[in-house]
Design a protein around this ligand. Structure first.
Ligand code: AMP
Length: 384
């Protein structure tokens, strides 16, 4: 390994961009491949416009890299396997393959003894009646592959509309999943080093709007036992997959019980708070893990609220007047449903965070979520 290790990243979106921003102070160099010539990480690192199927060209572009990793979880697992013949690829093609297929993911959860939403595979329209009677309605029909941010899923309320839903997701292999009446959505970032050491950030509480993450509150104001259970679930997954790097685990809370929803084999939007809110960010820890370096402490530095900017950027100047606010723009052209940036509010305690939130409510695309976060903060400040 050279004095200034070279990292190759497949996918050049905001996650790659934030990895670069975390890696430069560590002395790292980066090369990024993305099919889109305008990928936003290209603004700050060398970017090649390559399809993920161009195996040989990718190998030439990454020549000399000390390790390859991903900003995009849907890079074909075959591409990862091919590159693993000549490069260190972390996480592994196998971990990628499991996370890319909702059915494999659910089977992994069940194998590890985790509760999940009721589900049934749907390989063709003929499977729908059996799946509906197994799972019940309302339910979500989700494509097994290539779904993210609420894409590739349709809600079914009545059996008569099931075939229409099947066509709407593109008549591809799918999973019918019961709608979970959850009391909260949680997620957890964990990182595993080459030596098998694992560190878990505290679970965070999340709010979504139209299937896209709107806000994350860190740490989640939940009982210590629930947080420990979430962390032990993440540890089991990391060890089962012999995983190296950062992994995100998304969970639902139903009647005080944790249900595993999905994993992301990469740094994750619900971990952006760690840039300012934890001793070592998820981006730095992912790079440390991928390079086989010691992991950094994951202790929170206070209470953080991450607010996503989706489809439009709020007024920057006004936002910067809010004490404790940290602004992140990704350099992307605004488009409906597109993640353009985020802000993290950092405060010493939930009460101070609630006061900062009052000044920052204009940052929310959907103000009702600001209200929900404020209610949770008020309740957690009250019990301290
Ligand atoms: P996913 O792509 O599975 O993470 O889904 C995106 C979002 O849709 C989740 O974070 C939830 O807000 C919602 N969602 C997904 N699956 C379910 C479910 N089975 N029950 C209720 N809400 C769900």
């Amino acid at each position: 390994m050279s004095d200034r290790p070279l990292i190759g990243i497949l996918g050049g979106g905001q996650l790659a961009r934030m990895m670069v921003l975390a890696g430069l102070p560590l002395g790292l160099r980066f090369r990024i491949a993305d099919p889109d010539a305008g990928a936003c990480a290209g603004e700050i690192a060398s970017l090649a416009t390559l399809a993920y199927s161009e195996h040989e060209a990718l190998a030439r572009f990454f020549e000399g890299a000390d390790a390859l990793t991903f900003d995009f979880e849907n890079v074909p697992a075959q591409t990862a396997s091919f590159l693993a013949q000549c490069f260190v690829v972390r996480p592994s093609a196998n971990a990628l393959a499991v996370a890319q297929d909702r059915l494999e993911e659910k089977r992994l959860f069940r194998r590890l003894g985790f509760a999940t939403a009721e589900f049934a595979p749907v390989d063709g329209a003929d499977d729908l009646p059996r799946a509906i009677s197994a799972v019940g309605l309302p339910a979500l029909l989700k494509t097994r592959r290539l779904g993210y941010d609420g894409k590739g899923q349709v809600r079914i309320e009545e059996p008569a509309r099931a075939e229409e839903a099947w066509r709407a997701i593109g008549s591809v292999p799918a999973l019918l999943e019961a709608v979970v009446p959850f009391s909260a959505e949680l997620s957890l970032i964990a990182v595993r080093g080459v030596d098998g050491s694992v560190l878990c950030y505290p679970p965070v509480m999340n709010w979504h709007h139209r299937g896209i993450l709107a806000a994350s509150l860190a740490p989640a104001p939940i009982a210590a036992a629930l947080a420990e259970r979430a962390q032990s679930m993440a540890r089991s997954i990391l060890s089962e997959l012999d995983y190296v790097g950062v992994l995100a685990l998304e969970l639902f809370v139903r009647d005080g019980e944790l249900l595993a929803n999905e994993i992301a084999p990469r740094v994750h939007n619900t971990g952006h708070w760690t840039i300012e809110g934890a001793e070592t960010s998820q981006f730095e820890n992912h790079l440390r893990a991928v390079l086989g370096w010691p992991l950094g402490a994951v202790r929170p530095r206070g209470h953080a609220l991450m607010i996503n900017f989706v489809g439009r950027l709020p007024e920057r100047r006004a936002a910067l007047a809010v004490a404790g606010l940290h602004w992140h723009e990704y350099g992307k052209t605004p488009r409906a449903g597109r993640k353009l940036g985020h802000a993290t509010l950092l405060a010493e305690d939930p009460g101070a965070l609630a006061r900062a939130l009052e000044q920052a409510s204009a940052l929310f695309g959907d103000r009702s979520i600001a209200g929900e976060v404020a209610r949770v903060l008020a309740a957690s400040a009250g019990v301290r």
